[in-house]
Design a protein. Structure first.
Length: 277
């Protein structure tokens, strides 16, 4: 009997944080891992220490995405799991954020994810199996001031994933959402910087300063998770025989998501307004 083939996974945003940790974790379990990102130089460790295949990919560039997927299919003849992890959080009041920056966030967080999914689905359908893991956020279930554009992208990912899960069920393809909560990554630094840049002065300055303080607490709180925590959750989502539709992580994220389900909008608004003071 021939040995069972090693599963093949493509992970976007693999140059740092959650994507990098996930690539290491799956490689350690014997997967054939393709790590994709714009910053190839930051993926040298993946290639040298873990045997991952490195792909330069910009999820907003169609030629780049097509070339990456074509390479995997040519080399492996299949793709078992896609982890759509590439994304970023640019914050600021809706009124303050330039519309081009808002569009760029949608291009990365939503349209890049959707386009890459389009490209891998024909191969998965031909195999009669596959799994799409979309890294969303608890920001796709809750909301906060100074984050309108970011939360809009993550709510979009949640709705897209729910519809896609039903579309693909007849083809044996699972769609799973992973919802990171407070995580200590460079994402927090980028979010703080953008909130200060766009709304640090003017009518929304107080709320912007509150967001900066809250994200600084995330970096220093023992309740915050690590990229490795999220990676472990993604591994569970990738390997479960019958995966859940959603995984929130760490424990604090599960509490927040549960509270959102239970609390009326006005009560949630009041809590968030107080946090923004």
């Amino acid at each position: 009997m021939s040995p069972k083939p090693r599963p093949v996974v493509l992970i976007t945003g693999a140059s740092s944080g959650i994507g990098h940790a996930t690539a290491l974790a799956l490689a350690a379990q014997g997967w054939i891992v393709y790590g994709a990102a714009r910053r190839v130089d930051r993926m040298q460790e993946l290639e040298e220490a873990s045997g991952c295949h490195v792909i330069e990919m910009d999820v907003t560039d169609d030629a780049s995405i097509c070339a990456g997927v074509d390479r995997i299919i040519q080399e492996q003849r299949r793709l078992d799991v896609l982890v759509n992890n590439a994304g970023y959080g640019s914050h600021g009041a809706l009124e303050d954020v330039p519309i081009n920056e808002a569009r760029r966030q949608f291009e990365v967080n939503v349209f890049g994810l959707a386009r890459l999914t389009q490209l891998v689905l024909p191969t998965m359908r031909a195999l009669g199996r596959g799994r799409i893991i979309n890294v969303s956020s608890i920001g796709g279930r809750i909301y906060e001031p100074i984050g309108s554009w970011y939360h809009a992208t993550k709510f979009a990912v949640e709705g897209l994933s729910d519809s896609l899960r039903i579309e693909l069920a007849p083809h044996g393809i699972d769609v799973v959402i992973v919802q990171p909560g407070p995580i200590r990554t460079e994402w927090n630094t980028i979010s703080r910087r953008s909130a200060q840049e766009y709304s640090g002065a003017g009518p929304y300055a107080e709320q912007a300063r509150a967001l900066v303080r809250n994200y600084e607490r995330v970096d220093n709180s023992p309740a915050s998770g690590t990229p490795e925590d999220v990676a472990a959750t993604i591994v569970r989502a990738a390997t479960a025989k019958r995966p859940k539709t959603r995984y929130a992580t760490p424990a604090s994220a599960k509490i927040v998501v549960a509270a959102r389900r239970l609390l009326p909008d006005r009560v949630m608004d009041l809590i968030l307004r107080r946090l923004a003071m």
